[in-house]
Structures are given as C-alpha cells and as structure tokens.
Design a protein. Structure first.
Length: 346
C-alpha cells in the first residue's frame, strides 16, 4: 500500500487501520463471523488542516473517527498522534494524550448531561485533567462561552433551556476546554436546522484560525464538506476509495463511487442543474459482514470489469496528493456504460 499523503508535518498518521466487530451466535455466544466496520484504512492529517471524511450512512466514518481517539476497540493497524502510537500505548499514556484530542458529537442533545449546568459541562474536562482552582475554572468557562458565542450569564442554565444550535456550541466549548490540537467533528451539523448549520460551520472555521486546530470533519453532506475541507477522503464499505485535495476531487473525481456521490450534489446554477445527469447506482450496499472478495464497490459499479470482481485494488497514488483504489483509475478503459438518468427539471 502506498504511503497515504505523508507530508512530514502530519499531526495524525493512520496506517492499515482495522476495526472488526465479532458476530456471535448460540447459547455459548461463539464467534461465527465479523463485521468489518473499518477495513485497512490509511491517511494522514497535517497540522492545521481539515480532512473531510464522507460517505453514505453505515460506511464506517464514525467508527474510524472514534478509533482515532481510542473510543473504539482497534483490531489492528497503527494510529500516531504527534508521533505517539496510541494503539500500543497503555491507558495512562492515552489519558495523558486526551487533552490533545477531542470530539464534537453529532447529537448535542444526547451528548450533554441533562442534569448538569452548562458551567459544569464545560468545566468537567478541567476538573478531570487540570489541578486548577474553582475561580480559574469559572474564568475559563466564561472565556469559552464567549469564544463560541454564548452569553456567560447563562452558565447556570441546563441544556434543555437552549436551542439545538446553542447546545452544539456548548459541545464545541467543552471540546476546546483543554486546548486540543485535534478535534474529530462527527457530523456536527446533521442534527441542526439548515438555517443554523452555516453558523456552526463558520464558527468552526473561525476557531480553527484562532486556536490553530486540526479537524477530521465527518459528514455525508458533500456541499458542506466542499466549503470547509482542505482534502477529502471518500469512504465506502469500511475502506477509503479516494483521497484528494478538495478542488481536484470535486472537479475531476477518479473513482466511480465518488462520481456517483458528486452527481447527487445540487448545482447552484439553474441552467447547469437542468442539464446535469445523475448517476443512479443499482442494488444495495453489501453487508460489511460479507463484503465482496474483489473491489468493495464492484457489485454496484457501472464500470466494473472481471478484474474488479477478482482482485481488490490497492490504494495507490495517481498524482500529487491524489490516491484512489480502483483498477481503472488512470487508464483509458471506460468499462460498461454508466446508468445515467437526467435529473427532472421543475
């Protein structure tokens, strides 16, 4: 496997990451199989950049993000944060690294303790990891609330007294409490109203510039990822099928699955939108417990050839900072005609 974009200044280096969950059956709960939620994934995240991780529901995006923070049990592979392999690190070493890596969860309502005040929620990481005084914690909570656009006078309120967007800001403030270097954003806008999503994304960009943060931005919204990400990794059935700089990927996708995803993104220009053709994929996504033996996308790919069904393609570099797992990438082989359907105009 090619080195996935190693730049020399990578804050995060993920190599051959696998996260498999056992399938048990019978009274004795014997293992009869496994769900390959993440299967041989490699990528880097440079300091200060935002890597977008996109794909449809169930492809393993969230599991990969949680594994990077050691919130999910890792089957094999290596994850280096600032040079330290957290897969091999003991519990004490991981705890010492916790302040450097934090997570913003998808559902702010479910991720905030309803019995704790905002001051307690934001101040909890400080109590766990810093030997600071009560006064110092209170000052830090006030500072964080103002940083994310919340009124410090509301610190004694409970989560249910805030709107969805405000609750997500509370979660962002909590993630910032220990001055992290890396933040995994697990679909942080998916549970919010469309009118609030842009505000939260703009806040994340502002905080990134102010505090020199590095983001892994997990989402299924390709339009939003295009706005915030520097590079984009496309995930399907537990594997990354394409990784490229944002502008290159959106302008010239190399993997058939990426082409299909981007064909579903609406165009802001009405004239272009009327003429655009959408790629409709046939069939269902295979089970991660019984993935195809060749390319993971071969059962739905409109360009698949016999080689795709026999051999799994390597995740290979095909250009500057561009990687793709496809036998046909970089060749003139078009494969069978794609199933293209015009988008109906209004």
């Amino acid at each position: 496997m090619s080195e996935a974009g190693l730049t020399g200044d990578a804050l995060v280096e993920v190599r051959n990451l696998k996260v498999h969950f056992p399938i048990t059956a019978g009274i004795l709960r014997r293992t009869v199989g496994e769900v390959r939620a993440v299967d041989d994934v490699s990528f880097d995240i440079s300091s200060g950049e935002t890597l977008g991780l996109v794909g449809e529901s169930g492809c393993g995006k969230t599991t990969a993000g949680r594994a990077i923070l050691r919130l999910a049990e890792i089957t094999s592979g290596s994850i280096r944060i600032m040079g330290t392999d957290i897969v091999k690190a003991d519990a004490r070493s991981v705890r010492e690294l916790r302040p450097l890596m934090q997570m913003i969860f998808q559902d702010p309502q479910a991720s905030l303790n309803p019995r704790m005040t905002v001051a307690d929620i934001i101040g909890e990481p400080l109590r766990e990891h810093e030997a600071s005084t009560l006064r110092r914690r209170q000052d830090r909570v006030d500072e964080l609330m103002e940083s994310v656009g919340l009124n410090r006078d509301h610190a004694s309120r409970y989560p249910h007294e805030f709107s969805g967007g405000q609750r997500q800001r509370i979660g962002i403030a909590r993630a910032l409490a220990l001055n992290p270097r890396l933040i995994v954003c697990d679909e942080p806008i998916a549970a919010l109203d469309v009118s609030i999503q842009a505000q939260v994304v703009n806040l994340l960009e502002e905080l990134q510039d102010r505090f020199e943060l590095t983001y892994l931005f997990i989402s299924h919204d390709l339009g939003m990822v295009r706005h915030i990400a520097d590079r984009v990794a496309v995930m399907y059935l537990g594997t990354i099928v394409e990784l490229a700089p944002r502008s290159d990927l959106y302008a010239d996708p190399k993997h058939p699955y990426t082409e299909a995803l981007l064909s579903a993104v609406p165009e802001p220009n009405p004239a272009t939108e009327r003429e655009r053709q959408r790629i409709i994929l046939e069939g269902d996504v295979p089970s991660p417990a019984n993935a195809p033996s060749g390319c993971v996308f071969c059962t739905r790919c409109p360009k698949a050839i016999d080689l795709c069904r026999r051999e799994r393609p390597e995740f290979t570099k095909i250009g500057p900072s561009r990687f793709v797992a496809c036998h046909l990438a970089g060749t003139d082989q078009p494969g069978p005609q794609a199933n293209l359907r015009p988008v109906p105009s209004n």
